[in-house]
Ligand binder design. Structure first.
Ligand code: F0G
Length: 474
């Protein structure tokens, strides 16, 4: 149904995702959905009226000015590709100082040729996850419009990130909503320590998300979940840094865990814009990886045929599935608590990303996730369970033959290993009770790559013997 479209004359504005609506809104409006039709919003730029470098390589010149916070930030040194805020309003903590690591060891596990696998380690961000890329952007927007309180529902990383930006800047109070018992201690400890008002809801992430939308609207609190289009602007830069690390060559695949589908949606938008701007000539394929116990996107796309359909995805398919979940009283359940989500808020945007990037969706079990995680750890980086879904997903796509051994593949490691030590210790433990309590209850039956600690009496000879028996020189 066509609506009266207000033409926005600013070089940057917000626009409804639906091609049948396309309503536009000023940057100054705080919205998480179109006021006319309820669809998600994009931040859109009139590039002809903005200064964008002719080549991506031109961004390298920022390195020589990295004493300036905006050139130092791995997000804001690409400011020209997310030009929605004036430089003086940007709130940055030096986020995005992350690296792309070549990892032949993990590549072998996946089944790729030497030189084929790269791990984009977002755990190096100030709060330990990729969320800081988006938080600096949403926080900057919130600051621009004078917000004094900001809120989110979270499986733990978004809340840690918001709490950090509030704690350092003191520009806003953080109000975070979490499902009771649903977030790992590492993440909970961050929110508490950074001083966020922490509201534990009797329910899961989907319940908390539902409530935070109601509450932010009623109380006029700024919402920073990834329904906020500015969040995704920041997360686009993860892809710019990947390209930069590959000397601006395009990889064959980007593999990313899917939870609320903000990251994958942002990656799709990044490539769409770079291509439209003529800054890249090819778009990599995208693989979004769900956990089996939280696999709405996989189910809808791969089994029920939902697709972007030029911006008109069949809502009937989604509604029917959600109705089934409700009828069955089914809640998301996975050891990868960060992606324990059944109702991803960015679903339609992510359909666009799949369309742009010839994407695929897969699901991996908790067993596959933890085995992949231990391989990432064994090769030195370490990540939290959700992040390892990318590696497990790449392995599956190789086994299926969708990915070829000679492909160049980038897996996004979304969060730091220390975010969720419980899962890691349980995988490596010799204590079967601990293993059963944390992992067997999730269907994890074995720990093929466990690195058991050696128990030894407090006696010099015994300790020396244990070391000689169990160690080897590198
Ligand atoms: N990996 C980690 C470590 C995450 O924390 C999340 C999401 C994802 C992957 C999935 O990313 O939502 O963009 O698809 N965590 C959110 C949170 C939901 O509240 O911290 P997505």
């Amino acid at each position: 149904m066509a609506t009266s479209v207000q033409i926005n004359t600013d070089p940057a504005f917000q626009r409804c995702l639906s091609p049948d609506c396309l309503a536009t809104y000023d940057l100054g409006e705080e919205l998480t959905a179109c006021k006319q039709c309820g669809a998600l919003l994009d931040v859109v730029y009139d590039w002809d009226r903005l200064q964008v470098p002719d080549t991506l390589r031109q961004f390298e010149s920022k390195w020589s000015r990295r004493n300036q916070p905006l050139c130092h930030s791995g997000v804001w040194r690409f400011h020209e590709l997310l030009p929605f805020a004036p430089a003086e309003k940007v709130v940055t903590l030096g986020e995005g100082q992350t690296l792309l690591h070549a990892s032949d060891g993990v590549g072998r596990y996946i089944g790729l040729n030497a030189g084929g696998l790269f791990l984009q380690y977002e755990g190096m961000n100030p709060s330990g996850s990729f969320k800081d890329n988006g938080m600096t952007a949403a926080f900057t927007h919130a600051h621009t419009i004078g917000a004094k309180r900001a809120a989110c529902a979270s499986t733990g990383n978004t809340s840690a990130s918001l709490a950090l930006y509030c704690g350092v800047s003191k520009l806003m109070q953080a109000v975070i909503f979490i499902g009771s018992g649903k977030i790992s201690y590492g993440k909970l400890s961050q929110a508490l320590d950074y001083g966020a008002l922490t509201v534990q809801i009797d329910g899961d992430f989907d319940d908390a998300m539902h409530r935070v939308r109601q509450i932010t609207e009623q109380l006029g609190i700024y919402l920073v979940n990834s329904v906020n289009p500015f969040r995704l602007e920041g997360q686009k830069t993860i892809m710019y840094r990947v390209l930069e690390a590959l000397d601006w060559q395009i990889p064959d695949w980007i593999v990313v865990p899917g939870g609320n589908l903000g990251n994958s949606s942002a990656f799709g938008k990044a490539f769409l814009e770079l291509h439209q701007l003529g800054l890249i000539d090819r778009i990599p394929r995208l693989a979004v990886i769900n956990a089996t116990g939280a696999d709405t996107f996989y189910e809808l796309v791969e089994n029920r045929g939902l697709h972007w359909n030029e911006g008109r995805p069949e809502t009937k398919i989604m509604d029917a599935y959600y109705h089934e979940l409700d009828e069955a009283g089914q809640h998301a359940s996975t050891i990868a608590s960060a992606i324990e989500i059944n109702r991803p808020v960015n679903l339609s945007k992510c359909l666009r990303a799949l369309d742009v990037c010839q994407g695929v969706v897969r699901e991996v079990t908790d067993q596959q996730i933890l085995d992949a995680k231990s391989q990432v750890g064994a090769h030195g980086l370490g990540c939290e369970p959700a992040s390892a879904a990318s590696v497990a997903g790449a392995r599956l796509l190789r086994a299926e033959g969708v990915m070829s051994p000679s492909d160049r593949v980038v897996c996004i490691l979304t969060g730091h290993q220390l975010k969720d030590p419980t899962a890691t210790v349980a995988y490596h433990t010799t204590d079967s009770e601990e293993f059963n309590r944390v992992l067997a209850s999730r269907g994890v039956s074995h720990a093929e790559f466990a690195n058991h600690a050696v128990a030894v009496a407090n006696n010099l000879d015994d300790i020396i013997r244990a070391i000689q028996q169990n160690s080897r020189e590198a």
